[in-house]
Design a protein. Sequence first.
Length: 150
Amino acid sequence: MRRAIFCDEQGLFKATDEDERDAAAFAIAAVHAMHPGAREGEEVVGTVRIYEAEPGLWYGGRLGVARAHRKQGVVGRGLVHKAVTTAHGWGCQRFLALVQVANVPFFESIHWRSLEERSYRDHPHHLMQADLASYPPGDEPRPPSGARFR
């Protein structure tokens, strides 16, 4: 999904968006079940990764939602909520993300604030910070580094 969004659709990367952070990051997936309660027919409709850059400082990134699920904002909002509350439960004291400029209003609407404008891969972005008071710590157990969970 990340390749389809960040390479093919947006052209931010050529062949892959993978980087050195992926090895230590926790990937979170949003899954749509065609038949509730059954694993068969599940489809990944969104993804985000989180990683701890230093003790207490967490980043979210590579938030992507399948085109058919973007209009309502439900999947993206859910992924951001899961990402921040999970990191908060794992000791996050500050949660940041580099957000494409077109998505800044969405993040502001869910309790984030812009710290500064930055260019990333020749595209305008904002470094943004989540208001942790709006994201209570989750109780998700912390899996080993690089594990994927929903």
